[in-house]
Design a protein around this ligand. Structure first.
Ligand SMILES: Cc1cc2nc3c(=O)[nH]c(=O)nc-3n(C[C@H](O)[C@H](O)[C@H](O)COP(=O)(O)O)c2cc1C
Length: 325
């Protein structure tokens, strides 16, 4: 498959592994890149910019294919030295960055001067157009289905992607709710130049998380995600466990929700420990509605091979027959 995204990034398949807190380690990114997709190391999973530099180096030792780094600019409990993380990315020689969370404008001059392609991930058409205007090279359009932060507009990809196709000039990537060949074919049909996946890549052999988490996601249905932080206007889609239920219960109580009331339940460190020890009720973790379509734990190579073949068959057989080609 050749699209503007495979050409721009120098990758074989139009499939990207989105930044994932605590999951986007060198092993994950290298596995995706070695399988012909674009793997992404997640900057803020590393405690310091120096650790990020080491992680990027480690990833480079595991693959000779292109890989990227995600820089997520979001409100955090502890202040983050974003400028220093951005500088570590520039100094590492990585040539592709995925930004997310806020407007990446302050970081663009540095990235551009270093010849870095910037893919900005956002959840609305207005933010996509803004990203195009400020000089991003591509955008990832994250629909309401996605894991993590879907924004507050609640528009699904069936609507977002065709609007993006009509209005954007730069290449765009469909993100949120993708995990099989049907989804890939559909994204391409809607005008996207590729897809971005988080949840599906968590449930692969190489994902550096506990087997219990993967197994639970294999068992889950499309109804097993929950939207938390709605009352704080910082919505997050997470796996529906007892902690997510408890957070929603606190948020539904009359009056304004204070972050302090839920903070002990949602601490990042608990999510990280959960991924390490497999205690599924310890904290929360991001997961998208695509869990309903995940029923195995393949290697990244098996997954991408299967998805691309399935999509190609749909396009060249099923759809071709429909139009009598
Ligand atoms: C466990 C997990 C952690 C994530 N952490 C981040 C993050 O730190 N920064 C970010 O930009 N996106 C993050 N995401 C979102 C993904 O990059 C991607 O946009 C999203 O998963 C796409 O939706 P999908 O899960 O339906 O494929 C995370 C997703 C998951 C599943």
């Amino acid at each position: 498959m050749r699209t503007r995204i495979t050409e721009m990034l120098g990758i074989e398949h139009p499939i990207i592994q989105g930044g994932m807190q605590w999951v986007g380690l060198a092993e994950m990114a290298a596995a995706v890149s070695n399988a012909g997709g674009l793997g992404i190391v997640t900057a803020l999973t590393q405690p310091t910019p120096e650790d990020l530099a080491k992680e990027i180096k480690r990833c480079g030792e595991m693959t000779d294919k292109p890989f990227a780094v995600n820089l997520t600019i979001l409100p955090t409990i502890k202040p983050v030295p974003y400028e220093e993380f951005a500088q570590a990315i520039i100094d590492s020689g990585v040539k592709i960055v995925e930004t997310a969370g806020r407007n990446p404008e302050p970081f663009l001059p540095g990235f551009k001067a270093a010849g870095i392609k910037v893919i900005h991930k956002c959840t609305s058409i207005r933010h996509s157009l803004k990203a195009e205007k400020i000089g991003c090279d591509a955008v990832s359009v994250d629909g309401f289905e996605c894991a993590g932060h879907p924004g507050e507009d609640d528009v699904t990809n069936l609507i977002l992607l065709p609007i993006a196709a009509r209005r954007l000039k730069i290449p765009f990537i469909a993100s949120g709710g993708f995990g099989d060949g049907r989804g890939l074919a559909a994204a391409l049909a809607m005008g996207a130049d590729g897809i971005n996946m988080g949840t599906r890549f968590m449930v692969t052999k190489e994902a550096p998380i506990h087997e219990n988490v993967k197994q639970r996601m294999v068992e889950a249905s499309e109804l097993d995600t929950a939207l938390i932080y709605r009352s704080l206007r910082n919505t997050a889609r997470v796996f529906k466990n007892s902690i997510a239920d408890r957070v929603k219960e606190i948020e539904s109580q009359p009056g304004e929700t204070k972050f302090e009331d839920i903070q002990p339940l949602v601490q990042g460190v608990k999510g990280r420990e959960l991924f390490e020890d497999g205690d599924l009720e310890k904290g929360i973790w991001s997961a998208g509605m695509i869990v309903g379509l995940i029923d195995d734990i393949p290697s990244c190579e098996e997954l991408l091979f299967r998805m691309v073949n399935e999509a190609e068959e749909i396009i060249s057989e099923r759809l071709a027959k429909i139009v009598g080609a």
